[in-house]
Write a protein that binds this ligand. Structure first.
Ligand code: NAD
Length: 460
């Protein structure tokens, strides 16, 4: 077995290429499975570990449990070729691995505090089988200090092995989006920090094997951990700014999109497009992780949290736009037939975790609307599991509806014929476009009562 802590970076890279390095990837989700596949494709002998038996069974059969372009063919080939296997037995995988990559979820508790229990559990499992000389890389997003405290602390308590002395410990945050993970993981520059220089060099060598984008080595674990959260809150705050200015534009009777485009001709202005809110597994969670770390140091993140709450409130704002459009058509939300077009949190991905559309559906249902939803990426059975009733096609879903709400710019929605949409709906139909894919003037010409996030010109 390879002792990565005694090898130089070039030695690690060539050992990976010649099949001499065994890597266990813990967590085979949206990010872990593509990571495992890329490493196996480069030559490493990879064991994927997941606590979910169904996921392990699917991966072992070469069937990815998630939809990522190119992943199915790659996984099938790697499993058939014996380059990648999967198991639920973390201690067994640890006993036969030289390096560990932890890609388990990080969560936020009901009190808004960070929940790192999955990282702790994975670390304990690794500790049961690992040898001195191994390398552990935490890739799950976390607050500064967590890699050393939670991973290092748990491993030391369970095995007596100390990070930096007996094994290598590094952090390398994942920079990739669901729906394009394989591409992003192989092209984006990768940030790496280590508990010491040897850990940093060894982890950087593994990342260099994975990505063409190069590696950004930072001074320590905390800097690497902070990088990811800083990137995320930068985005969340900027989206909140766009949403706030969009809501103001509605009141002012101006078109935010027109104002945004004009403002962005100034080289320092990069105003974002507003929308129905922010979903997915990252942005809704990371500000809380950072705020949790900040509060441990007596710091309150006012701007970051105000922005987060503003984004969380957007589904309520969209429900208000819907109620306003219905009022203009002489109806109330109560008993109105409303269709949500788009359940995914982002365009063209099959991912609905923390999707604003789900929150919007809850709000509209509570207010008495009769709801249906459609999303080309989810089957009727999958929508039903989310508590959403649907029809087989978009036109069937909107048939006879009083209001359609477009939440994300899926390609299928961009190709919509606005006149066909209107003619399939009830008399005086309403359209709320949060994705900015339908020209408001065209919508009105087609007979719609139109509302859009930030489209104040059409709010009166
Ligand atoms: N999804 C994204 O777009 C994205 C992007 C960047 C970073 N991240 C970060 O990457 C990390 C993983 O995210 P994800 O989206 O891949 O999560 P995911 O929920 O898709 O997958 C996590 C997997 O880990 C498994 N798991 C949980 N606890 C385990 C344990 N103790 N042992 C073994 N397996 C365990 C789960 O069964 C699941 O299959 C998170 O910290 C997330 O914030 C995610």
């Amino acid at each position: 077995m390879a002792n990565l802590m005694e090898m130089d970076p070039e030695g690690i890279k060539s050992a990976i290429a010649s099949g001499g390095v065994r890597i266990a990837v813990i967590g085979l989700g949206w990010m872990g499975l593509p990571t495992a596949c890329i490493l196996a494709d480069r030559g490493a002998r990879v064991t994927g570990v997941d606590s979910d038996e169904g996921i392990v069974e699917a991966v072992s059969n070469g069937e990815p449990p998630i939809q990522e372009p190119g992943l199915k063919q790659l996984l099938e080939r790697l499993v058939k070729g014996g380059r990648l296997k999967a198991t639920t037995d973390i201690a067994g995988a640890a006993a036969e691995s030289d390096a560990f990559i932890i890609v388990v979820p990080t969560a936020v508790g009901r009190d808004g505090g960070a929940d790192y229990r999955a990282i702790e559990k994975a670390s304990k499992g690794i500790a049961e089988g690992m040898r001195p000389g191994s390398l552990v890389i935490l890739e799950s997003t976390c607050g500064p200090g967590v890699t050393e405290r939670v991973v290092g602390g748990t491993i030391e308590k369970a095995s007596g092995l100390r990070a930096g002395r007996d094994y290598g410990l590094a952090h390398s945050p994942i920079r990739a989006m669901a729906g394009r993970a394989l591409q992003d993981l192989q092209t984006y520059p990768r940030v790496v920090g280590g508990i010491d220089a040897r850990s940093l060099e060894a982890a950087a060598a593994i990342k260099e094997v994975m990505t063409k984008g190069g590696v950004v080595k930072v001074r320590d674990l905390r800097t690497a951990e902070a990088t990811k959260l800083f990137e995320a809150v930068y985005r969340d705050v900027n989206i909140a700014l766009a949403n706030e200015l969009a809501i103001l534009s509605e009141k002012l009777g101006i078109d935010y999109i027109e104002a945004m485009r004009a403002a962005n001709t100034q080289p320092y202005s990069h105003l974002h497009v507003p929308g129905a809110g922010v979903g997915g597994h990252c942005l809704p969670i990371y500000p809380y992780l950072l705020a949790s770390s900040a509060s441990e140091h007596g710091v309150s993140l006012k701007l970051v949290m105000e922005s987060r709450h503003l984004n969380e409130d957007m589904p309520r704002h969209v429900a208000r736009l819907c109620a306003d459009a219905l009022r203009a058509s002489g109806r109330s939300l109560r008993r109105a037939r409303v269709c949500i077009l788009g359940v995914a949190f982002r365009a063209n991905v099959k991912e609905a975790r923390l999707s604003p559309s789900l929150e919007l559906a809850r709000i509209l249902s509570r207010r008495g609307a009769i709801l249906k939803a459609y999303d080309p990426f989810f089957s009727r059975a999958e929508l039903s599991k989310m508590g959403l009733s649907s029809e087989p096609t978009l036109l069937q879903t909107i048939s006879g509806a009083h209001c359609a709400i477009i939440t994300v710019p899926h390609d299928e929605f961009k190709a919509l014929d606005v006149r066909a949409l209107a003619s399939n709906m009830a008399k005086s139909p309403c359209l709320v476009d949060c994705a900015h894919i339908i020209d408001p003037a065209e919508a009105e010409k087609a007979g719609f009562i139109y509302r859009g996030v930030g489209r104040g010109l059409w709010s009166k």
